[in-house]
Design a protein around this ligand. Structure first.
Ligand code: PLP
Length: 409
């Protein structure tokens, strides 16, 4: 089966002349499946999108996580529309910013205040600066291979860097508490913060959950050594627990950063923190041309209300658990060594002995030919708009792809 792609290819050719690389960043075709994924989207609703050639896809990427409730969720769109009719960016913030900060501090147990920006990177960077401002200590510890955004202290890319950018950043391997302890001893009284995602969701690798005592030990080490604990919940927020992912793993950070699922496709991020950091936070300058955008805040307020009142995290975990189960059963039917790693709301597929990822890529290509947007290098996302029928249809097509894969080998 082959999908139409003339319009996608033509647009990409036009783009290549006026946009570096045609498409850049994590959505660059070379990071996906260049001859199988479309380059451009026309429209999307619920858990399906149409590309510019009219092909319809069941989407397991949700705008790389920016969509939690489904594309064009009517209640969120209505909230955004209501604000849009009044305006979006003014000289002053709008009242919805106060409503949103109140809502976050009510729903996240340790949060006493909140600030807002547009992207995850804006606030992971701001959070580590706040930790430095508060503590007067320069070093930051992060997990090796963990993505926190595009700013120079954490950008995993190679271009445009100088070694000083990361000279105060220390790294330890996920789950290796001895390495973490050694860093803390070696850099005694010099470490301002430890920033981590709730579990290790690397690209190009299976996801790794925290070991049994990981979070309790991390929390204890931070408290004992006056290191602020920053949770990067940008990708995971409201996909594991309605009160923030720290509740899923039972620990308490000092600061947490959210984005993606917060705005359901509207550009917004938030950093929440404990009261004792509020004074220091006022010293770390924070602003941007459109950061007071009330439309995104109104959308986020509604999205957050739905996430909380309908316990969307529990729902996507449960839908994901059924899906993951069915996919693994299908794989066994075809004698394929496929396991789905990570939490079921954000699964990452992994074939045993497939370290170059060729088998996974081929499975995703064969799935793409059947209208499934399964990414070969990045964790997938379950949208809460997915219904039993959508998931069954996806499993059926995935089974056809597995059958074809088996016949090729
Ligand atoms: C865990 C995590 N932190 C930070 C970021 C950066 O967010 P943004 O791309 O919105 O700047 C991302 C983006 O994927 C992320 O997954």
């Amino acid at each position: 089966m082959s999908l139409k792609r003339d319009n996608s290819d033509e647009l990409f050719l036009r783009a290549s002349k006026v946009i570096p690389g045609g498409i850049y960043g994590h959505v660059t075709p070379v990071a996906g499946l260049p001859r199988h994924f479309p380059h451009y989207t026309e429209s999307a609703i619920g858990c399906r999108f149409k590309d510019v050639d009219g092909n319809e896809w069941i989407d397991f990427m949700c705008g790389f996580g920016a969509i939690l409730h489904g594309y064009s969720e009517p209640r969120i769109e209505a909230a955004a529309e209501g604000q849009r009719s009044k305006g979006s960016v003014f000289n002053q913030p709008s009242s919805v910013m106060v409503d949103l900060a109140e809502s976050l501090t009510q729903k996240i147990d340790f949060a006493d205040w909140s600030v807002f920006a547009k992207n995850g990177s804006d606030l992971t960077t701001w959070a580590i600066r706040l930790a430095r401002e508060f503590s007067g200590k320069p070093y930051v510890i992060k997990g090796k291979g963990i993505y926190h955004g595009v700013d120079s202290w954490c950008d995993p890319g190679l271009g445009g860097k100088i070694k000083e950018d990361q000279s105060k950043i220390l790294e330890f391997e996920w789950n290796n508490l001895d390495q973490l302890r050694n860093l803390i001893v070696s850099f005694e009284n010099q470490i301002s913060s430890l920033i981590l995602t709730p579990y290790h969701h690397a690209a190009f690798a299976p996801s790794v959950m925290p070991s049994e005592n990981f979070w309790s030990d991390v929390e204890e080490l931070c408290r004992a050594n006056d290191i602020l604990l920053i949770l990067d919940d940008v990708r995971t927020g409201w996909r594991l627990h309605k009160g923030g992912s720290h509740k899923y793993f039972n620990f308490t950070p000092d600061l947490a950063v959210y984005s993606k699922g917060l705005g359901n496709g509207y550009a917004i991020s938030a950093c929440v923190g404990k009261d004792f950091l509020k004074d220091a936070s006022k010293e770390v300058f924070l602003t941007g041309s459109c950061w007071n955008d009330a439309v995104s805040m109104a959308a986020a307020l509604k999205s957050l209300e739905i996430s909380y009142s309908e316990n969307v995290a529990e729902s996507v975990l449960s839908k994901g658990a059924d899906f993951v189960n069915q996919i693994e059963l299908k794989a066994r039917e075809f004698d394929l060594p496929l396991v789905m790693t990570g939490p079921p709301s954000m699964p990452f597929p992994w074939f045993a002995d497939d370290n170059n990822l060729f088998r996974l890529q081929r499975f995703c290509e064969l799935s793409a030919n059947r209208g499934l947007y399964f990414h070969p290098h990045h964790n997938w996302f379950i949208s809460n708009s997915m219904q039993v029928d959508d998931l069954e249809e996806a499993v059926e097509h995935a089974g056809e792809a597995m059958n074809a894969l088996k016949n090729e080998s």
